[in-house]
Design a protein around this ligand. Structure first.
Ligand code: FVH
Length: 279
């Protein structure tokens, strides 16, 4: 069966890997990048290098854009609106929900089906089972090309509001950065000499255990008032080690407020709810 032709604009680390995965899956691929040399190996493997962004847009029914930011995407796509007749624009550039909405409005003015996406993967993960991409915007544009988008990672459509994919993307990244902040603080607390052994032998297994806890096995034996005391101890120990405690102190006041308001069971209830929703 003939695979859908795809154009990829932007061949940075991510765009290059997207194009490569599509080629590997047997799709005809046209590419364009400001620095054309980044296409050399893709061309050697069958991709077509378009001399201009407009020709890349015109070459395929699905146009995937993966550039550094939305301003650059607008500068490149703005003059090409006329090339988009019959094509769907899938923008995988990282941005804010508002930027996605503005881009969707621009696309709507020109009659272009617009799908915004947030890539939840690093370039080497693209095409692997653990990669997923959240999409929002044109439902018909997404449905028409879902099979092609699945090549890149599990395609998760979250709604027709164009900013939703970006919102999910940024929320997921904020969870990741919060976790990184916690990991960094934990390893600093034990000190650089022990950090590697501590991370591999204790921290990673501990975080896995917390993430995989069985909600049915949880009871209310971990009230927030008890955790607030432990948190104060962590802050005190961190200060004793001369560490910045900013990642923790901002939790102290809200925790105390929740306890004072009589919602001592709020955290276990919240964790149960989250875990129940994810199992
Ligand atoms: N790489 C990653 O791990 C993350 C994973 C999640 C999604 N992000 C987002 O993907 C977008 C592209 O990221 P990237 O990693 O490919 O970024 P770079 O390797 O820096 O490539 C940037 C591309 O943008 C082009 N570009 C930059 N400035 C301009 C400009 N003024 N005019 C035209 N094109 C421009 C650049 O072209 P060149 O430098 O090769 O000529 C690359 O094609 C991004 O939104 C991530 O947040 C990646």
């Amino acid at each position: 069966m003939t695979k859908t032709a795809v154009s990829v604009l932007g061949l940075g680390s991510m765009g290059h890997r997207l194009a490569e995965a599509l080629l590997e899956a047997g799709h005809p691929v046209t590419v364009w990048n400001r620095s054309a040399g980044k296409a050399d190996d893709l061309v050697a493997r069958g991709a077509v290098l378009a001399p201009t962004a407009g020709e890349a847009v015109a070459a395929s029914p699905i146009v995937i854009v993966c550039l550094l930011n939305y301003d650059i995407a607008h500068a490149i796509l703005g003059p090409q609106a006329g090339q988009f007749a019959g094509r769907t624009l899938v923008n995988l550039t990282n941005g804010t929900p508002e930027e996605a909405r503005v881009t969707a409005s621009w696309a709507a003015v020109h009659g272009i089906p617009y799908v915004d996406g947030g890539i939840m993967a690093t370039p080497p993960m693209i095409g692997r089972p653990e990669a997923f991409i959240v999409y929002s915007g044109s439902r018909s544009g997404f449905d028409e090309h879902a099979a092609t988008l699945e090549v890149l990672g599990a395609a998760r459509y979250v709604g027709d509001e164009p900013g939703l994919a970006s919102l999910y993307d940024l929320a997921l990244l904020s969870g990741m950065y919060g976790m990184f902040g916690g990991i960094q603080h934990a390893t600093r607390l034990v000190g650089t000499r022990r950090a590697a052994e501590f991370a591999a032998g204790f921290l990673v297994p501990w975080l896995r255990a917390v993430a995989e806890v069985d909600p049915d096995a949880m009871d209310d034996d971990s009230p927030l008032s008890m955790q607030a005391v432990a948190l104060a101890n962590i802050v005190q120990a961190s200060r004793g080690e001369g560490l910045d405690d900013a990642t923790l102190t901002h939790l102290l006041t809200p925790m105390a407020d929740i306890v004072e308001a009589g919602h001592d069971d709020l955290l276990p209830a919240l964790i149960k709810e989250i875990l129940a929703a994810t199992t």
